[in-house]
Design a binder for this molecule. Sequence first.
Ligand SMILES: *Cc1c(COP(=O)(O)O)cnc(C)c1O
Length: 347
Amino acid sequence: MAILKADAYGHGLVPIARKFADLGVDFFGVAFLEEGIQLRQAGIEAPILVLGGLVGYQVKHFLDYHLDITASSLHKAQQISEEARRIGRTARVHIKVDTGMNRIGVRVQNAAVFALEAAKMPGLELVGVFTHFVRAQGPDIELAQQQKELFQGVLDEMKRGGLEVPFVHVANSAALYNLDGLDYSMVRPGITLYGYPAGPHLDGIWDLKPSLSVHTEIVFFKGIRKGMGVGYMHSWQAPRDGWLATLPLGYGDGYPRILSNRADVLIGGKRYPQVGNISMDQAMIWLDGDKHGVGEEAVLIGEQGKERIGAWELAQKADTVAYEILCGWTPRVPRIYEGKGWKPYTS
Ligand SMILES: *Cc1c(COP(=O)(O)O)cnc(C)c1O
């Protein structure tokens, strides 16, 4: 199950789904009903599981678009069953078991009994059981081991009750790399599919190649004098006379404002510091003694010459995770698809 939530981690929901489908992926996962509908409207026919919680009035739409539903309580399962019967459809349901995340899911103690009940409900086909890890990326994986055992206990209890379901899925990216014994019927990787590991300490250890890079170009270039302030609030002053470049991109595009005076960008194969507050639409770069003209490329994430800036580097400077840096690029930033197997096009 390839995870495509949040616009395929910022890469573009439909193009990435089509690409994965071409490559043979035959099950997709999204967070919301609306994401599932978007995939169906784009012609994706493979099963799609909506991983998030649901509100009663949404059930009809799940059925209309043949989307697999996550159920976390007896009450929800009953709602699903009633609606399915009312419109004469069969709902495909996966039970989410809460082994420790305390987000959504039925508690471990009640899970098997719930599964056995749900399996008997008319209009409802129980196709899957799953859980999700709190911290499989480590450094310590004890909690993940505990979760794994709790989940296996639920499966054993279901089996004793005579119930086995076709899709049992547990492993996210971190578990795929760090935990053994999760070879159930399916895995659910997200971030690794986009070329990033699940934690900063794993960068370079997992052999992955990021699929996204973020490029812009210098839109303005000028000299400034020692002591001059730059940008809103003058949060940075030039330490000496030198050159300053302005980039046409800011937090309105997904370049977080908290990176102000912290991030680097690549221009001409070299790192330069971003200076002054990042504004909604523009960000300034201190070139010091170097000159780079209008139209020259600047790389915010990606490679240039021997230098590389990864999403985990920015994430650590922004006190967040690479996930948030990747999915944060707003629709104002055009996505350009190119490389092996892509017909080049721009969103
Ligand atoms: C996001 C998500 C995944 C994928 O996680 P990665 O860390 O990106 O591999 C898998 N399962 C669930 C339930 C998720 O919410």
